[in-house]
Every structure is written in structure tokens, then in C-alpha cells.
Design a protein around this ligand. Structure first.
Ligand SMILES: Cc1cc2nc3c(=O)[nH]c(=O)nc-3n(C[C@H](O)[C@H](O)[C@H](O)COP(=O)(O)OP(=O)(O)OC[C@H]3O[C@@H](n4cnc5c(N)ncnc54)[C@H](O)[C@@H]3O)c2cc1C
Ligand code: SF4
Length: 530
């Protein structure tokens, strides 16, 4: 498949740039007027409500369906400042309550409106170590932006101050806008590391939780090693979330920063196989361990035909496409993937959207998203649903496969589905899908991707006696992310079940603080010769 721009693409790109430049001039004029009013202390809430909400510039759907480049292109400086001026600076800042790591949103947004971008980034970094990631993938519409007064005024969370887009804007500044704008210069420095304590910390898993734990414990001067099962670091941010939503270079930059801080990274190392947690602690001299192995075990539906050729778990499909670059198979990449023409993706979350949009980019003519509730109940971000539809994914709601059908060679040829209706809400609070008897019908497909959720991988449980797990196989921790084992902490999806990047990061931060405290006590005892 061709991942390069053609001649027509370049022509339409040039035209788009011309239109953007014209619009940009109008926006600049508006910004100047507003800034003057703001400086004179005359910018009233009514003026702020009248500032148009700034849309995210995006690649054209027809173009982006044929490449893996990032869909959202990021705000211009003018857009960012206009958007930031929409913020009312509410006294109680309800947006902060909506943020899982309590970023001082009001303050960073005010700094953006005034053009102090480094200050804005510093404010964010007090609470979040990965702003370029979170600005892109956090579900702001159900967190900070859901609580935003401006969104409430318009009775529409999509009209709230676009906090995530502003976070992304300042986070991208060092790389993209350095020296071009703002009243301060770029900040791409390496966090300071305290003098060596001689204490050793093992971080198992290099997802967002592991990255934050490693950074925060290293900052305290500990000798930190990350052990990662894959050949590449970054966790789901690298093997799951596709390049077109989260460029891998952004995650790589964070990993590079860890290395520069002195964190050791050991890949192709499966804890529970290469070494056990007990061996790391008792034989390899680690004083504390953080377990951040995520929830990488895909769930299946338990229906007939799930082991046929052409059925993938979303994890496998996305890992082949993202991490192993299967789209370049035969042109430098070693991992193949089915060249599907008709794909059914089962599920309604972000993972399902990512799979469907990846199938589009891999050249499928038809991609069906089959979901047994309605769009309202879909756990996927509204933005992802919108993007998937724009890219041609067909939504089959209130439907679910009953069995997968094959030819004589065990290759998938179709799914037999049942239609559903919604009943009363179940324990999840969402209305229960009820199958309609006799409603079966077939959809012809050659590939089925199951994206109905992930569970904890049982490996750590099977190989770590003494570690307490709940009935779903997640590690039990206290409010400091401390497990039932002395010196062992855990966080992220292995504790929370499949959750979010920001929640994993938040737990990494809590765990690191607890580990630092634990090791400080241990050091004190050592010094006292106890
Ligand atoms: C396709 C997809 C899309 C998503 N989209 C979003 C989104 O848009 N926004 C959002 O906020 N969240 C999203 N999520 C969820 C989010 O990515 C996770 O909640 C988050 O990455 C969990 O972080 P973590 O630190 O717990 O570990 P993970 O990111 O799961 O990383 C765990 C790491 O541990 C390694 N590991 C596992 N077992 C071992 C072992 N035994 N030894 C050594 N290493 C091991 C794994 O290889 C992996 O690298 C998505 C998830 C998926 C799968
Ligand atoms: S709730 Fe919205 S308007 Fe109020 S401070 Fe937060 S971002 Fe600004």
C-alpha cells in the first residue's frame, strides 16, 4: 500500500494551506482586539463566551485513510491563545476536580492566553509527566472538560474550553514551535537527579505507570531498572494506540529522557519467566519493586468459530500493525497481517475504534463496527467515533455475532449476527442489551477483530506467592499503591483493570512517592546499623 502523498494530495494540501492562512489572518485580528481588551481589564465573561470555540485542524479524511500520519495537526499559536481566552478563570475551577491528577488547569490556561508557554508547561508538569501524550489521548470530555463552566453554559461538553488541545499545544512547543513564539524560550531540560542513594528499584513494565514511577524514583537518586517483556518500551502507548493518534516519537522522547536521567532499560525480559519478583528482590538485590504490567490478556466472546483463520484479538491485530509495522511487510518489516477486504470489528471502545481505523488504513474496502448497544453507550471517545465514521467505518449498532462461519479451509467467510434491543440498566449503569429471537442475519467478511476488553495476564499471579489479587486477577493495593508484599508496589491497569493513561500515570506517581518514603526509611535503618 502507498503511504506517500500523491500529486493531487499535494495540490489539495496547498489549497487547504491558502484557506487556513486567510482564516488565520482573521483570527489574528480578533486575537489582537481581545488581548487589548484583556490588558485593559475589560474582557467580560460575555466577551469570552462569544469567542468561537477553536476546532482542531485535521488531515482530510480521504487522505488520512491512506496514511498512518497523525490525524489531529495541533493548534496554531493564534488558535491556542483564542481558545485560552475563552476560559473564565472560575474561582472554584471545577475543571481541576475533574482532572484525575489535579493539574492546575486554570493557571496553565491563563499562562497560554498571555503567551507564557514555558510557564504553562511547567504548571502542567507539576502534576503530569507526559503532557504530550495526555493532551492527545486523555478522555477530557468525561474529565476536566465535562466539569468546565463554559461547556455547562452551552450545555455541551464539546463547547467547553479545549483543555486537552491546549495541553498538547504547550507540550509540543519545544519540538515544534521553539524560538518562534511566546515570551519565554524552550524547556527541554532533563529533570534533576538527587545524589545516588545506592538503593535499587525494579520497575516491571514500561507503560505510562512504569515510566512515571521510574522517573520519580530516579529523581530521588535511586538506581532504577525497567524490565520490559517486549523488545520496545512504552506499553500500550506503543503497541496498542496507533501512530495516527499518538506518534511513537513522542513516547520515544520520554523514554530517551529516562535514559538520560540514568534509568536502565532491559527489554525482552519477562518477569515471571526470565526472573521472578522474588528473585529480583532476594537474589538480584532490588530493594523495591513496582509492578506495572498492564492488562494485556484479550477477552474473547466464547462463540463458535473464534479460532478460525482470520479471527484476531484487537491486541494481536494492533500489535502486528503498530509495533511490528505489518503495513510494511515485505518492505523491511518481518511481521505479516491479513490483507483483509471486509473486516468486522466487534466492540465499542477506543480499542475497537483503533482496530477499525487501522483496518481502513491497511486497505480494507469495507470495515464494519459491530456493537450490541447503541452509540450512546459506546465507551469510546466521541472524537474517535466521529473520526471512524469520517474514515468510512460502517456502524452496526444493536447487533452482535452469534457465530463465525468459515469455508472448507477454515478461513473466515462471514459472521452470523443477532439483533438486540436495550433493556433496563445493568450493574454497569448502561442499559442491558437483549437479543431478539429469530433475528439472525449474515455479514460477509474475511476478517473478524474481537475488541471487547482486556483482562490481567495471570503470569505474575502464578509466579508470585504472597501477592494478593482480587477475583478479576488484579493486584490489591492500599491508597499508597502498596501491595500485600513488603517493598512491592503496583499500579495502572494491573490494579485498576483496563483503564486510562492518566490513571496509570497517577498511580505511578503515588507508588513512586511511597517507594521513595519506604527507601528513605530503609536507608535510615541501614545508617543506624539496624
Ligand atoms: C488499543 C488501545 C487504545 C487505548 N486508547 C486509550 C486512550 O485513547 N486514552 C487513554 O487514556 N487510554 C487508552 N487506552 C488504555 C491505556 O493505554 C492503558 O490504560 C495504559 O496504557 C495502562 O498503563 P500501564 O502503565 O498500566 O501499562 P501498559 O501500558 O499496559 O504497559 C504494560 C507494559 O508491561 C509489559 N509487561 C507485561 N507483562 C510483563 C512481564 N511479565 N514482565 C515484563 N514486562 C511486562 C507490557 O509488555 C507493557 O509494555 C488504550 C488501550 C488500548 C489497548
Ligand atoms: S472550569 Fe473551564 S472556564 Fe472555569 S477555570 Fe476551568 S477551564 Fe476555565
Amino acid at each position: 500500500m502507498n503511504w506517500d502523498f500523491g500529486r493531487n494530495d499535494i495540490q489539495s494540501f496547498k489549497q487547504s494551506i491558502l484557506i487556513i492562512c486567510m482564516i488565520e489572518q482573521d483570527k489574528q485580528k480578533l486575537l489582537q482586539q481581545l488581548l487589548e481588551k484583556h490588558k485593559a481589564g475589560q474582557l467580560k465573561p460575555a466577551d469570552r463566551y462569544n469567542i468561537p470555540s477553536q476546532p482542531m485542524p485535521e488531515q482530510d479524511p480521504n487522505e488520512r485513510a491512506h496514511n498512518v500520519n497523525e490525524v489531529a495537526l495541533g493548534y496554531t499559536e493564534t488558535q491556542a491563545r483564542l481558545e485560552a481566552l475563552r476560559c473564565l478563570g472560575c474561582k472554584n475551577a471545577p475543571c481541576v476536580e475533574g482532572c484525575p491528577v489535579r493539574i492546575k488547569i486554570k493557571d496553565f490556561v491563563a499562562a497560554v492566553s498571555e503567551g507564557y508557554y514555558k510557564k504553562a508547561l511547567d504548571i502542567i508538569k507539576e502534576n503530569s509527566l507526559l503532557p504530550a501524550v495526555c493532551g492527545r489521548v486523555c478522555p477530557q470530555e468525561v474529565q476536566c472538560q465535562q466539569a468546565c463552566t463554559v461547556g455547562k453554559k452551552f450545555k455541551d461538553p464539546t463547547k467547553a474550553v479545549s483543555i486537552g488541545r491546549l495541553e498538547r499545544f504547550v507540550a509540543d512547543l519545544p519540538a515544534v514551535h521553539s524560538g518562534q513564539a511566546g515570551h519565554d524560550s524552550e524547556n527541554d531540560s532533563i529533570p534533576a537527579v538527587a545524589s545516588e542513594t545506592g538503593m535499587k528499584v525494579a520497575v516491571i513494565g514500561s507503560g505510562p505507570g512504569g515510566i512515571v514511577t521510574a522517573a520519580d524514583t530516579r529523581r530521588a537518586g535511586h538506581n532504577v531498572t525497567i524490565f520490559e517483556a517486549f523488545h520496545k518500551t512504552g506499553g500500550v502507548m506503543v503497541y496498542g494506540i496507533p501512530e495516527f493518534r499518538l506518534p511513537k516519537a513522542i513516547v520515544q522522547k520520554e523514554i530517551d529522557t529516562l535514559r538520560k536521567m540514568g534509568v536502565k532499560i532491559v527489554c525482552n525480559f519477562i518477569v515471571g519467566r526470565t526472573r521472578s519478583v522474588a528473585q529480583l528482590m532476594n537474589e538480584d538485590g532490588f530493594d523495591a519493586v513496582y509492578i506495572g504490567v498492564g492488562a494485556g490478556l484479550p477477552s474473547f466472546m466464547g462463540i463458535e468459530g473464534e479460532s478460525l483463520i482470520g479471527v484476531y484479538s484487537a491486541n494481536e491485530y494492533l500489535t502486528r500493525a503498530n509495533l511490528m509495522k505489518a503495513y510494511d511487510f515485505g518492505k523491511g518489516a518481518d511481521t505479516p497481517i491479513a490483507l483483509s477486504k471486509k473486516v468486522a470489528v466487534v466492540g465499542g471502545g477506543n480499542v475497537a475504534m483503533d482496530s477499525a481505523r487501522t483496518a481502513v488504513r491497511l486497505g480494507a474496502d469495507k470495515v464494519y463496527l459491530v456493537y450490541r448497544r447503541t452509540e450512546k453507550e459506546m465507551p469510546a471517545r466521541i472524537e474517535e467515533v466521529h473520526h471512524a465514521k469520517e474514515e468510512g467505518v460502517e456502524f452496526h449498532i444493536l447487533q452482535s455475532p452469534k457465530r463465525i462461519i468459515s469455508d472448507e479451509n477454515s478461513r473466515v467467510t462471514a459472521i452470523e449476527c443477532l439483533k438486540y434491543r436495550l433493556g433496563e440498566p445493568d450493574e454497569s449503569g448502561r442499559r442491558r442489551p437483549i437479543p431478539i429471537e429469530g433475528s439472525q442475519f449474515r455479514i460477509d467478511v474475511d476478517t473478524v477483530i474481537i475488541a471487547i476488553g482486556n483482562l490481567a495476564n495471570p503470569l505474575i499471579r502464578q509466579t508470585t506467592p504472597g501477592l494478593e489479587f482480587n477475583k478479576w486477577g488484579n493486584i490489591v493495593v492500599d491508597e499508597n499503591c502498596k501491595t500485600s508484599m513488603e517493598g512491592v508496589y503496583a499500579g495502572g491497569d494491573i490494579v485498576l483493570g483496563a483503564a486510562t493513561v492518566i490513571l496509570a500515570m497517577g498511580q505511578g506517581r503515588i507508588a513512586a512517592a511511597a517507594i521513595n518514603k519506604y527507601l528513605a526509611e530503609k536507608l535510615k535503618h541501614h545508617k543506624q546499623g539496624l
